[in-house]
Design a protein around this ligand. Structure first.
Ligand SMILES: C[S@@+](CC[C@H](N)C(=O)[O-])C[C@H]1O[C@@H](n2cnc3c(N)ncnc32)[C@H](O)[C@@H]1O
Length: 279
């Protein structure tokens, strides 16, 4: 069996970006992900090696910024809302379940394609780690069955925080809009945190260059980018399905004040937006 065929190269690329950030960028760090470092070290060659040897590469630096900013933004919502049920949609190698302290307890479910979840489990095993997220096989292009979540132990009488990170761009715009409607079946008080891409005319030069490079790589790896929109479009989809949008900002606006002044390799780009909605 060709294990690579059953993996997600974009998930590994994102994990390597989070793993490398505290090792190659200046303080203050957006986050520190030692679990991702351990997972990436099980792969050979590992994209972490490229990150460590070429931290100034614009594509690798922009990947660190995007992967770490969305994780930091999402984890701030976990903390601020004291969410105790977190659902990772397109989990890939997300490590939040293993990085959060045991108290207060947070239960985490990882939804992704079945083959990607098997690969995820194998990497955790090879890294000597116990994956604290419960796996829920799902094809988000077809839908998410809430009964599968319940069968995996989620309490659907209480709010759920869904972290839909680094995934919307792999679905079609119609599918993203419909999926937002399907998520509205989650209990009242549930939240969604999602990142999405601006369409080409709304990007700056750095955003255009990064999108061109990564879209080619992702497409080559069988995970083509499909969804990008004007600012406000995704918020409109949420509102249309009964959600209230709490925040919808450019990626750079989600970094700490003065963050870029201290960075050698990282600079703002206009491509990614981060949105937090509640219902
Ligand atoms: C770039 S990775 C992001 C992983 C993780 N959420 C993160 O932020 O690091 C994209 C993930 O979305 C998953 N994905 C893409 N399309 C999917 C689909 N139709 N159903 C389930 N998962 C999907 C991929 O398998 C992959 O794990």
């Amino acid at each position: 069996m060709d294990a690579e065929k059953h993996s997600s190269q974009t998930a590994l690329f994102a994990a390597a970006a989070r793993a490398a950030h505290p090792l190659v960028d200046n303080r203050p760090h957006l986050l520190s992900d030692e679990v991702a470092q351990r997972l990436c070290r099980t792969a050979s060659p590992s994209p972490l090696d490229y990150q460590l040897s070429q931290p100034g590469s614009p594509v690798l630096a922009a990947a660190r910024l995007a992967s770490c900013t969305r994780a930091r933004f999402a984890e701030a919502v976990v903390s601020e809302t004291q969410a105790d049920q977190v659902l990772l949609l397109g989990a890939g190698l997300d490590t939040v379940a293993n990085r959060r302290p045991a108290a207060p307890p947070v239960s985490v479910w990882a939804a992704d394609r079945p083959d990607v979840l098997s690969w995820r489990s194998r990497l955790f095993h090879e890294a000597g780690l116990n994956d604290r997220a419960r796996c829920v096989p799902a094809d988000l292009a077809a839908g998410l069955d809430l009964e599968d979540l319940e069968a995996a132990g989620m309490d659907l009488r209480r709010p759920v925080l869904a972290l839909w990170l680094g995934v919307s761009m792999y679905l079609t715009p119609e599918r993203c809009r419909d999926f937002i409607g399907e998520l509205a079946a989650l209990p009242a008080g549930s939240r969604v945190v999602v990142d999405y891409h601006l369409s080409p005319e709304h990007r700056d030069e750095a955003g255009r260059a990064y999108a061109q490079a990564v879209a080619a790589m992702a497409g080559h790896a069988g995970e083509p980018w499909q969804c990008s929109t004007a600012p406000g479009t995704v918020a409109g989809w949420f509102v249309g399905h009964g959600w209230r949008v709490e925040l919808d900002v450019d990626e750079a606006a989600a970094t700490p004040e003065g963050f870029f002044d201290r960075q050698e390799h990282l600079s703002p780009m206009r491509l990614v937006r981060l949105l937090h909605a509640v219902r």
